[in-house]
Design a binder for this molecule. Structure first.
Ligand SMILES: [Zn+2]
Length: 181
């Protein structure tokens, strides 16, 4: 699939993703090119709302489940041991979450919030942008398949024990390494 920047742009406030990655059930996921935190992403709600607390509970639930899937995919795609999730809205009044892979071994202040990083801000190269978009798309596909399997497991609970063991999501370093090659 090919998601354009236009597809992700809110008609009401104009907030959109510069480098779209994929569409989720109630949001869009895009790369936020930041050389300090390769793979940094944004998940933005696919309808206009300024405050998370004004949304219907089902929408909040769906959005947060999308953030969960995005976070799993980022751990697979980047090999990062921890994804920071921040919903701020100080500059853009449209519900969105920042997902920031952390790399403690190479960061100057790994125990602090990403905003306290002392390195100069800069974008990744366009080749790296493309590489990360591809890695994240592949990881998302893997996570979505795993999530679907989990859904089938629930539906089939009383049908057949043979169908009770869907493939488990792998978040091991091996999986991350495979995808980085
Ligand atoms: Zn908006």
């Amino acid at each position: 699939m090919s998601l354009s920047k236009q597809d992700t742009t809110c008609l009401q406030c104009g907030f959109g993703l510069w480098i779209p990655v994929d569409e989720l059930s109630s949001s869009y996921m895009g790369l936020y090119s930041d050389a300090r935190f390769p793979g940094r992403c944004i998940v933005t709600l696919n309808q206009h709302a300024e405050h998370l607390d004004e949304l219907p509970p089902d929408t909040v639930s769906s959005f947060m489940l999308n953030v969960r899937v995005a976070s799993m995919a980022l751990r697979i795609a980047t090999g990062s041991p921890r994804i920071n999730v921040a919903i701020l809205g100080n500059q853009e009044g449209h519900v969105h979450a920042h997902l920031i892979p952390r790399y403690p071994e190479s960061e100057p202040r790994p125990n602090k919030a990403p905003w306290e990083d002392t390195r100069p801000r800069g974008s990744m190269s366009s080749a790296d942008n493309e590489r990360y978009v591809e890695l994240i798309r592949r990881a998302l596909k893997q996570v979505k398949v795993s999530e679907e399997s989990r859904g089938r497991k629930v539906e089939l609970r009383h049908v057949s024990s043979a169908e009770m063991e869907p493939p488990l999501l792998m978040l091991s370093q091996d999986a991350a390494t495979d995808l980085l090659i």
